[in-house]
Every structure is written in C-alpha cells, then in structure tokens.
Design a protein around this ligand. Structure first.
Ligand code: 13P
Length: 253
C-alpha cells in the first residue's frame, strides 16, 4: 500500500502569529475529523518550523519548502537540511517550480539538495512539472522525463524509495486551471512507468506521487480517486483550515 499524503505549501505567506493560529486550527480539525491513514503535512516558511513541529506532534507533520545543498558554511541567508531536521521537520519540498523559475534552480542542483535531505533523514517531496508552452507543444513527457532522470534517478533504489514525487503542471499553479483528472492520471501513470523502467515494478508501485495545481475541496476527491494519484500538494487552499482539512478527508477510503 502506498502512503496517501496531503501536503500544504504555505509558500511565502502568513506572519508568525497568523501561522501559529492557522496551524493550531488545522491540527484540531485533523485530530477531530480525519478518518483513515492519510498523512497531513504543512510545509511552512522557515520561521514557523520550530513552533509548528512542537504543536503538530503526530497529528500534522511539518516540512520546509527548500534547503541548501551544503551542510553548513558561509552561505549567508541560507538554511541547511541539518538545521531543518534539528527543529523536528520530517519533510522538505525540493524543486518547486517557483524555485526553478525565480531562483534558477536546475536539475543538477536539485539532485544535490535531494541527497542532502536524505542524508539528514528528511523525506524529499520532489516536484516536477511542465509549462503551458511545453504542454501545448507536446514536449511535456520529455520535460518530465529529464526532470526525473537528472533530479532523482541517480539515487540508489534504497534512497529513491524514500522520495515522494509531486507532479505540478506549472500552468495549473495558482491559476484556478486544474489539470483534469484524466490529464493528471495520464502523467502520473507515465511517471510510474518511468520509475519501473529505471528501478523495478515493486519500487514504482510503492512510490507516492502527489498532484499539485489548483487542487481544492471540490476537485480533490476525483483527482485522488485516480489509480496513480496518491494525494496532493496544496498551495492556496492550504491557507484556509476548512479547505485544507476537507482535502485531507477527500480520499474515498
Ligand atoms: P495552488 O494550489 O495555489 O495552485 O498551488 C499549488 C502549489 O504550487 C503547491 O506547491
């Protein structure tokens, strides 16, 4: 059985007090309402992580949104995977399209960050996804294949098995344009086939692949019902406790 995960990505939103308050609401609602074995995660800005990890306990897990590729040193303004781990985080998003686009993070760098996360016993949530142009010109499978091959297919089988993948079509992020469940399922099945070709069927079957991009309480159930979609990476809707928790509850089981 694959892990089912709903992870919120708060991006650069919420000051400290508002972050604590929203997270406390989410923890209480997940505790009272969640049925089933799905995992709820909030990936918050760095300043929130320490406090949230203490508030969340076993109920809502905590992740960072990025980490540096080195352990420590003269990298002013950066945060290492070791530091993230030290405050109780269990996850870290690597290679979000906003990091790729605005901070020029390429697959080679993202491969290094993934290794650092794993060395520090953090689960990487490794993001891949095509732009609208790449979708329209039909090159999206090649783009995704290269992101996988250069980003995470250098890992050993044992390390790869610890990675969560998030498929986030760039054209669906923050736009209200969700991929249809058929479009998302097509890509998730493709990703799983690529994993099988690189590793083996057992590893491919066990890999959790999340969908992200305008996922909301209305469309989550249909997306999560697809055979190769194991949950979601949620942006805007994770900033509202009711919406986020309804997405956590959207699995059919
Ligand atoms: P939205 O859910 O706001 O489209 O964002 C998706 C995302 O980028 C999550 O990482």
């Amino acid at each position: 059985m694959r892990k089912k995960i709903v992870a919120g990505n708060w991006k650069m939103n919420l000051d400290y007090a508002n972050g604590i308050s929203l997270f406390s609401e989410i923890v209480n609602m997940v505790r009272d309402e969640k049925k089933g074995d799905q995992i709820a995660i909030i990936c918050a800005p760095y300043i929130h992580l320490n406090s949230l990890a203490q508030l969340g306990g076993e109920i809502v897990k905590i992740g960072a949104q990025n980490c540096h590729q080195n352990d420590s040193g003269a990298f002013t303004g950066e945060i290492s995977a070791t530091m993230i781990k030290s405050v109780g985080c269990e996850y870290v998003i690597i290679g979000h399209s906003e990091r790729r686009q605005y901070f020029a993070e390429g697959n080679e760098l993202l491969a290094q960050k993934t290794i650092k996360a794993l060395e520090n016993q953090l689960t990487p949530i490794f993001c891949i996804g095509e732009t609208l142009e790449e979708r329209n010109n039909g090159s999206y499978f090649e783009v995704l294949k290269a992101q996988l091959a250069q980003g995470i297919f250098g890992l050993s089988s044992a390390d790869f098995s610890k990675v969560v993948i998030a498929y986030e079509p760039v054209w669906a992020i923050g736009t209200g344009l969700t991929a249809t469940s058929d479009q998302a399922q097509e890509v998730h099945a493709y990703i799983r086939k690529e994993i099988e070709a690189k590793y083996d069927q057992e590893i491919a079957d066990a890999c959790t692949i999340l969908y992200g991009g305008s996922c909301n309480p209305k469309n989550a159930s249909e997306l999560f019902a697809q055979p190769d979609i194991d949950g979601g990476l949620i942006g805007g809707a994770s900033l509202k406790s009711r919406d986020f928790v309804d997405i956590v509850k959207a699995f059919n089981s």
